[in-house]
Design a protein around this ligand. Structure first.
Ligand code: C2O
Ligand code: CU
Length: 547
């Protein structure tokens, strides 16, 4: 493979949106940040210079970082943050992922503006498992915040206050024509009739699943999270925070302008949510094409499902199937030696410090197996590698404290008041793992898009209500389950995932809804080294940041 060198300068830059100018944190002054491109088998070497006044880390979301957790970029998990004025060099070897993945800041709420796409083409000399598209278009669904996002995790959210909402959703940084002072800059794709385009779509918003569609056009989803899927033809997609999708768009409609639109499908505070929609334009090139003329009214807006349609979301996601072909085989573990059951909950706590602005005079917390992750003061990985004692404990539980009807009305007190701990779950090298992610009814809650660093996994089953270990495994898909890195655990439901623990390191598992993550909905896998040097963690790089 080839090696690509990139320079990421983290700095504050001025942007104007919604009639308002402010400084936001960027990479190289761009919002969204730069798109990196490589083929499978290539290496990205990225020097991250921190010229901002905040600490920063950059995570490569969907890149497995085989044997190289040092470049994963999760603050206090695999590295100390890069301090202002410092530089850190990350190496991303794209060995197994193919399709769209992405990068984003991984400390506090910095990822709200610090993010961008990574496009991984097939290995040199190999082809897509679909006809080659005429052109490729990265589409990042994001947000504009009038508030200073860098303050959010330190203030309201860390103390578990009310969620804070952004002021607009955006398509490639633009809110679209429905928002004030935004019409002129609306994001546009210009297409030639009869051609096919590959949309490289990412949901980079902090807290909301989004629906997306294009008026009069069908979308064909062919990949998710850097793994291919059997094509799904659909009028709309549902994409959760952290997820990425590869989508074919055939420009097969009459010449004209068409709206594309994205909007949230639910909110923890449904009724209070403002029904905002971000829009972009799909424009057919014709003989007197002029991209600036705005005289033609768009011909059609997409029909997106109404709000709070869990059904519409699952109707879409349940269609995911991996290719399972000779060239793109599915390697789902059929035998399991390590069974895990994690409850993922939003919790309420009595407040000890002010401000306490949550519901019922309480504050929010969130947990996995009733443990709310407390970050250590030095990263887990260095503590493990350098055998620094007392940083974390190794006894994260394999199942919740007791069995219960997790989605019923009456929940035990223990599920309401999580423990606060710094623990890892230890996995033997090559363990064949099945993990059930079980949502609970502690608070009426969202779909939780759970992301695992360092791995992709097969989603072999899902359902609403409580996972039933006797019945549910009989319905597992072990033939062509989708391979993902961020799986949506349905509202009050469960998913079953399988993977082989063959990537040694310390790997974060967390909900990609940022406020849940901030409240502690996260835990860490410690995957032990294998028996041979080539199955062990690589030595640390020379310029690892210090805490
Ligand atoms: Cu996209 Cu741990 O994150
Ligand atoms: Cu969540």
């Amino acid at each position: 493979g080839k090696v690509y060198h990139h320079k990421f300068v983290i700095k504050s830059s001025s942007f104007t949106r919604l009639c308002d100018t402010k400084n936001i944190l960027t990479v190289n002054g761009e919002f969204p940040g730069p798109t990196l491109k490589a083929h499978r088998g290539d290496k990205l070497i990225v020097k991250v210079y921190n010229q901002a006044k905040y600490n920063i880390t950059i995570h490569w979301h969907g890149a497995k970082q085989v044997r190289n957790p040092w470049s994963d970029g999760a603050a206090y998990i695999t590295q100390c943050p890069i301090q202002p004025g410092d530089m850190f060099r990350q190496i991303i070897h794209l060995t197994t992922e193919e399709g769209t993945i992405w990068w984003h800041a991984h400390n506090g709420w910095a990822r709200a503006t610090v993010h961008g796409a990574v496009i991984v083409y097939p290995k040199r000399g190999y082809h897509y498992p679909f006809p080659k598209p005429h052109a490729e278009v990265p589409i990042i669904l994001g947000e504009w915040w009038k508030k200073e996002v860098m303050d959010i995790s330190d203030k309201a959210n860390k103390t578990g206050g009310e969620p804070i909402l952004s002021n607009a959703y955006t398509i490639n940084g633009q809110p679209g024509h429905l928002y004030p002072c935004s019409k002129e800059e609306t994001f546009k794709i210009v297409v030639d009739q009869g051609k096919t385009y590959l949309l490289r779509m990412i949901n980079a918003v902090m807290d909301e699943d989004l629906f997306f569609g294009i008026g009069k056009h069908k979308l064909t989803v062919v990949g998710k999270d850097g793994c291919y899927l059997k094509p799904i033809k659909t009028d709309y997609i549902m994409i959760a925070p952290g997820q990425s999708m590869d989508i074919l768009l055939e420009a097969n409609q009459p010449l004209g302008h068409y709206f594309m639109a994205g909007r949230a499908y639910s909110s923890a505070f449904g009724a209070g949510f403002d029904n905002t929609t971000t829009t972009g334009l799909l424009i057919y090139r014709d003989s007197n094409f002029n991209s600036n003329h705005d005289t033609k009214m768009p011909m059609s807006t997409p029909h997106l499902p109404p709000y709070n349609r869990t059904q519409a979301a699952t109707d879409f996601t349940k269609q995911f199937r991996s290719l399972a072909t000779k060239t793109h085989p599915t390697k789902v573990p059929t035998k399991v030696d390590t069974h895990l059951l994690f409850t993922i909950s939003v919790n309420l706590l009595n407040c000890t410090d002010k401000p306490c602005t949550g519901p019922f005079g309480k504050r929010f917390a969130a947990s996995v197996n009733n443990i709310s992750l407390v970050y250590p003061h030095v990263d887990f990985l260095s503590a493990y590698y350098n055998k620094i004692p007392g940083v974390f404990e190794m006894d994260f539980p394999k199942k919740p404290p007791m069995e219960f009807n997790y989605t019923g009305d009456k929940l035990p007190e223990y599920l309401l008041t999580p423990a606060f701990d710094t623990k890892v779950l230890v996995l033997e090298y090559n363990a064949s793992v099945e993990l059930i992610l079980q949502g609970t009814n502690v608070l009426a809650s969202d779909n939780h898009p759970v992301h695992l660093h360092g791995y992709s996994f097969y989603v072999v089953g899902w359902g609403f209500g409580n996972f039933d270990p006797k019945k549910d495994p009989k319905n597992y898909n072990l033939i062509d389950p989708p391979e993902e890195t961020t799986v949506g655990v349905p509202n009050n439901g469960w998913v079953a995932i399988r993977f082989v623990a063959n990537n040694p390191g310390l790997w974060l598992l967390h909900c990609h809804i940022e406020r849940h993550n901030t409240w502690g909905m996260a835990t860490v896998f410690l995957v032990k080294d294998g028996p041979y040097p080539q199955t062990q963690i690589l030595p640390p790089p020379g310029n690892l940041p210090k805490c």
